[in-house]
Design a protein around this ligand. Structure first.
Ligand SMILES: *Cc1c(COP(=O)(O)O)cnc(C)c1O
Length: 341
């Protein structure tokens, strides 16, 4: 198969139309059989549930080429499972997990010419999502839904090298204690936009959100979970019901314990203790781990000992091991690598 003529190394993170996308419709209480289409437009009624009351959930994962030339995705079964949980919380019908993985597989296979070559650092980003599509004006769940998967090639995350982030403790909250912080809903992002625009305006890369109830505990950023490393190399990650369960974070925890022999603690993390940590990173599909160099809490600057030029040593080992597993250079745990072709 001939690859598209794309300058993979210099791609950014933006939408580029690829050839095929997957669509399945839910009507009269059932999903249709679904399939691929070349039509990249969605046509819905002006009063569609998603447009009025934001009834939409999504997922994000990547396809890439391994060292031995296979096209694979990483743990798509966990994305499928998480979308089930997201849908249930927003009173949407569940798109079956096995069909989710099949839809992702079909869409990537159909767009194989857009899967960047091994070593380019670029990947094919996959976006499954679902929304209420029929007219809804009285507040209630929609009766009809559409599930879609599209793909778009994206460039290497650390273009021009790793650059540790500067983040601020946010005065805005991301998620309420019994709200929707633990599901991947578009609404969580809509309300984070003001906070991130304001952070950027003030020279920060990201917001560190605290728990909304006490504002003493670290939760996560707008789109990535925290991993900290103590001075004696214990990996610490915040535990909370309002954090989105990152697949990258859960995978890194396994890597820390099973591959690197590190101690891991998933527990409440107080803002007060952050200055004791040796390293800090943000984990998510996009970057795997982005190191944090500095955290600013209302004028108080906390400098992580790993500095502003590179990843800390433990963060780096975690990053190298997980990306090694993903790219086929290190043996993966059973079931982590889903081969497309
Ligand atoms: C998607 C997301 C993450 C990262 O999850 P991954 O499964 O690792 O990509 C973290 N936090 C939030 C709020 C998210 O939406």
């Amino acid at each position: 198969m001939e690859k598209k003529n794309i300058d993979w190394e210099n791609l950014g993170f933006g939408y580029i139309k690829t050839d095929y996308r997957y669509v399945s419709d839910y009507k009269n209480g059932a999903w249709d059989e679904g399939g691929l289409t070349e039509d990249d437009n969605v046509v819905i009624n002006e009063c569609a549930g998603v447009l009025q009351y934001a009834q939409t959930v999504f997922e994000g994962l990547k396809a890439y080429t391994t060292e031995d030339g296979r096209i694979v995705t990483f743990r798509p079964d966990l994305n499928a499972e998480r979308m089930v949980q997201s849908a249930e919380r927003l009173e949407m019908p569940v798109f079956p997990a096995d069909r989710f993985v099949d839809a992702v597989t079909q869409t990537v296979k159909a767009n194989a010419a857009y899967v960047p070559p091994y070593g380019s650092g670029a990947t094919l980003y996959i976006r499954p999502y679902m929304f209420g599509s029929n007219p809804v004006i009285g507040v209630k769940p929609a009766d009809e839904y559409q599930f879609r998967v599209f793909t778009t090639p994206v460039g290497p995350y650390f273009k021009g090298g790793v650059k540790p982030l500067t983040i601020r403790v946010s005065d805005f909250d991301r998620a309420a204690p019994h709200g929707t912080g633990h599901i991947k809903a578009g609404l969580n992002y809509a309300m984070s936009l003001h906070a991130i625009v304001d952070a950027h305006k003030n020279g920060y890369d990201e917001n560190m959100y605290l728990d909304a109830a006490t504002r003493k505990k670290v939760e996560e950023t707008g789109g990535a979970n925290f991993l900290f490393v103590t001075k004696d190399n214990t990996v610490v990650t915040p535990k909370s019901n309002s954090i989105l369960p990152s697949i990258t974070r859960r995978s890194l925890i396994h890597v820390a314990e099973a591959y690197l022999g590190l101690k891991v603690e998933e527990r409440e993390v107080y803002l007060d203790e952050v200055e004791e940590f040796a390293e800090c990173g943000l984990c998510g599909t996009a970057a795997v781990i982005s190191p944090v160099g500095k955290i600013v809490d209302h004028g108080k600057e906390i400098f992580l000992p790993s500095g502003m030029n590179e990843m800390g040593p433990v963060t780096k080992k975690l990053y190298d091991t997980l990306t090694g597993i993903q790219m086929g250079r290190i043996e993966a745990p059973e079931g982590w690598i889903h081969v497309i072709e």
